[in-house]
Design a protein. Structure first.
Lengths: 89, 130
């Protein structure tokens, strides 16, 4: 039952990633692209955790934790650049 | 652990994974479907964060039941995501407000068309762009 749920979860989250990719390519503003990239990161974290369950391996938690932290810093850097024209002032 | 308890836990894990993935899909669908950036912010910040939370809770139940080890990584990821999501949404909304100038972008839900206040009265806008 878990394997079926994990497979279905893979499919659903892959579909969500495709929808995010549409918004990332379409735009129309830069804020939309930043938001789409941030959402893609969150979905990728869910995908990695599901893959960890699928493989019965705990190695993937570090990857997802790192992705969460780096993604947050990256998004804040993008918006800061849009706001101020510079990241570190 | 008895077989019935494992079966109940399995059912719970499968349901949490499906519900979480469904919420992530709803958030991404909102990102595609909604009319303007300010409304598009709602989908990812609420639904997608909740969806990832569901998947992480499923993982948190899975490891003690099936592999016999307890992990706290999921809790760490959940706390970090739930702290980061509102800050990200706030930053994107603020950048959007400052970049769009004195016009509110069209939103069919409410028919607001009047302009925003002058830029130099905004506390956070201090660059000399003009």
């Amino acid at each position: 039952m878990i394997d079926f749920a994990v497979s279905a979860g893979f499919a659903i989250i892959a579909l969500a990633l495709v929808l995010n990719l549409y918004r990332l390519l379409r735009g129309p503003t830069r804020g939309d692209r930043i938001l789409a990239l941030d959402t893609m990161l969150i979905n990728a974290i869910a995908l990695i955790v599901l893959y960890g369950i699928y493989e019965r391996s705990t190695f993937y938690f570090e990857a997802s934790l790192l992705l969460a932290m780096v993604g947050f810093v990256g998004t804040v850097a993008y918006t800061k650049f849009l706001l101020r024209g510079d990241i570190v002032e | 652990m008895s077989t019935l308890a494992v079966q109940i836990a399995d059912f719970l894990i499968a349901a949490l994974i499906l519900v979480g993935a469904g919420f992530a899909l709803v958030g991404s669908w909102g990102l595609v479907r909604l009319p303007s950036l300010m409304t598009r912010l709602h989908g990812p910040t609420k639904a997608t964060t909740l969806g990832v939370g569901g998947v992480l809770i499923a993982s948190m139940i899975f490891w003690p039941v099936h592999e016999g080890r307890y992990t706290l990584h999921e809790l760490l990821i959940t706390i970090f995501l739930f702290i980061a999501a509102p800050i990200t949404a706030n930053m994107i909304g603020k950048a959007h407000l400052h970049r769009q100038g004195n016009y509110i972008d069209p939103n069919p839900a409410d028919d607001i068309r009047e302009g925003l206040p002058e830029r130099d009265r905004w506390a956070t806008f201090t660059t000399d762009e003009s």
